[in-house]
Design a protein around this ligand. Structure first.
Ligand SMILES: [Zn+2]
Length: 135
């Protein structure tokens, strides 16, 4: 869903997550000239706002940072961008952060506020009309 302002979950109040797109650069050892090294480098590649960056670093021991020393420069493995208006909503309506929150609000609406859907209300009306006709 799209919104110009930060939407919040209608049940728990958490901000809905930005709907971002990941761009993978990969750990391309052969193509050193095309490597990116910072968030600013990433931002120059795209029109959308860069939100987060994941880096790659080689080590002199294949087991990584706990066993070896870094070799060469750290570079961008992937980065995410955001269009400035799209948010992730678990229920696709933009109201809830999760289906569990949608469920909880539904239960609360029925139990605490006696709300019901139109089909339920029509059925109860029909049942009551039959009772009145019989009386
Ligand atoms: Zn929620």
């Amino acid at each position: 869903m799209k919104s110009n302002t930060q939407p919040y979950c209608r049940w728990c109040g958490k901000p809905l997550r930005k709907d971002t797109e990941w761009h993978y650069r990969g750990a391309d050892r052969a193509n050193k000239a095309n490597r990116l090294h910072s968030k600013a480098d990433c931002q120059r590649q795209v029109n959308q706002k860069v939100i987060s960056v994941k880096y790659h670093q080689d080590y002199d021991d294949w087991r990584g940072p706990s066993h070896g020393e870094p070799v060469g420069e750290r570079y961008v493995y992937s980065f995410s961008t955001w269009d400035g208006e799209s948010y992730e909503a678990a229920d696709y309506t933009g109201f809830f952060c999760s289906n569990l929150c949608a469920f909880r609000l539904g239960v609360s609406a029925a139990r605490d506020h006696h709300l019901a859907g139109p089909d339920y209300n029509e059925r109860i009306k029909a049942i009551n009309a039959k009772k009145n006709d019989a009386a």
